[in-house]
Design a protein around this ligand. Structure first.
Ligand code: SAM
Length: 247
């Protein structure tokens, strides 16, 4: 997958070169290119913002640098066109389902807003030639889109084939599709079996795989019911067995 990020703070994206995603880039599974929006300004002050039409507080990102940046990073004659992701608190909520959808794309371009956001016409114009997704990472307001891009790229990147050492761990994750769809993952343990007088649940030491799977599912259901009853309401009844319903 190729990822381009356009931002006025390229250094904010440096963590993408670390850990799992850094290794994915070294192995050629992911290519990340970060661009400074100010490269596409034409004045001495490298201005990217201006006062909002209609008045009000704050500044708005100017359309000209954004238009030139997008035309350079994703030329209008490029085939195929990338999918443009615009982080914004007013976007569709970014979930694991959206991450799975984006992980299928060959090329994503991210446009990081700052101030009061990007002039609306930039998003409208881009939408005439590429698919545009405005995504929110939650119901709160960040100072800029860069942290949202880190969140989205990490969630998408770890789903790319070959990025995780053990692909099965994705299937067991919270929100993973399949039999555990929409469930939170239950508690996890490692050695030693007794730590400060606290025992690991004996079933996990039994070596009985079917019973362990059953125990994990029970724990996931209980935890989800306690912490996210909204997710329980959205469970597909067809995926629940007798044992689940008795819990
Ligand atoms: N005035 C905007 C509003 O109320 O919707 C908020 C602008 S915010 C200060 C600046 C930038 O941060 C946004 O353009 C967006 O790129 C990013 N941002 C802030 N909160 C976000 C969120 N919850 N999800 C995704 N991006 C966010």
């Amino acid at each position: 997958m190729r990822i381009d990020v356009i931002t006025i703070f390229p250094e904010y994206l440096e963590p993408l070169g670390v850990s799992l995603l850094g290794k994915a880039q070294e192995r050629g599974l992911l290519q990340v290119h970060v661009h400074d929006l100010r490269e596409w300004t034409t004045d001495a002050h490298r201005t990217v913002d201006d006062t909002p039409y209609g008045g009000g507080p704050g500044m708005v990102m100017k359309p000209e640098p954004w238009g030139r940046a997008l035309d350079t990073v994703a030329p209008p004659d490029a085939v195929p066109q990338p999918r443009l992701i615009v982080p914004t608190p007013s976007g569709r909520l970014f979930t694991q389902e959206v991450a799975i959808e984006l992980a299928k794309e060959p090329w994503l371009v991210f446009a990081c807003g700052r101030y009061e956001g990007i002039d609306r016409r930039v998003i409208e114009e881009a939408g005439t030639r590429m698919r545009v997704d405005e995504l929110s990472i939650g119901d709160y307001v960040l100072a800029g889109g860069e942290v949202a891009v880190l969140v989205i790229v990490e969630a998408v990147g770890r789903l790319l084939p070959g990025v995780l050492g053990n692909a099965d761990s994705v299937a067991d994750d919270s929100f993973a599709p399949g039999p555990m769809a929409n469930l939170l993952e239950g508690p996890v343990y490692t050695k030693p079996a007794n730590w400060r007088g606290r025992e690991v649940p004996p079933i996990l030491l039994s070596g009985h795989h079917a019973q362990i799977a059953r125990w994990r599912r029970d724990q996931a259901l209980r935890r989800t019911a306690e912490r996210r009853p909204d997710l329980i309401e959205r469970l597909d009844p067809a995926l629940l067995d007798e044992h689940d319903r008795a819990l």
